[in-house]
Design a protein around this ligand. Sequence first.
Ligand code: PEP
Length: 254
Amino acid sequence: MNKDRKLLIAGNWKMNKTVAEALDLVNGLKRELASVKEVDIVVCPPFTALESVSRAILDSNLRLGAQNMSEHNVGPYTGEIAAVMLKEFSVRYVILGHSERRQHQKETDDLIARKAAAAHAAALKPIICVGETLAERETNRTEQVLETQLRGSLAGLTREQMEETIIAYEPVWAIGTGRNATAEQAQAAHAFIRGLLARMFDAATARQVRIQYGGSVKPNNARELMEQPDVDGALVGGASLEVRSFSEIIKNSI
Ligand code: PEP
């Protein structure tokens, strides 16, 4: 697939996998994907498996991501994890503002912007998730919602930081439902997001930013989605939990 931007396909394991299970999964992925150079491949285990997975992928083409982090660097924030702690395990990416956290932990765009600033300060690349609900899509509010989320969550970033930021377009109605956005729907949303980034930053910056699609990506729909001109990868939930399906998504995307 011929695109200026290298595809970035990340697996969001969510609250799945003990350490032993995580090691089984990454060891299988290492075997299956050893020869893949065309895609940046990222796995995002739960915090408890970061250290073991980090060691297991040292000599591989897999990179490590976390699923969340604190906006703070240190201090009395019970249960929180700071960027510097993630860096100890060679974490390079961090998912921020996933819709599940927006919903269950009531994360706001302001908070996500502060976390993104903290991630950049630690040289972690944030993967910032945005996306509309079904009700918002059905009432033609998709672009308005995406614009509000992006203007809020990217507030304060410099152009250089924006280039090191990944956007994940994840329509909430497509996450874990088996109902993916069509390639046309994904392309339309991604083109809108890139246009908005050009207005917020500049055209050159917008051209650099990788925009992932997320929402029921599977081996049988990955190629069509990844072929779209503004789709630069995928954030994969359910199908990233098995060696076979995650590897096939990656191989089918090349
Ligand atoms: C996700 O949670 O980021 C996701 C896209 O999940 P799924 O692939 O299971 O829809």
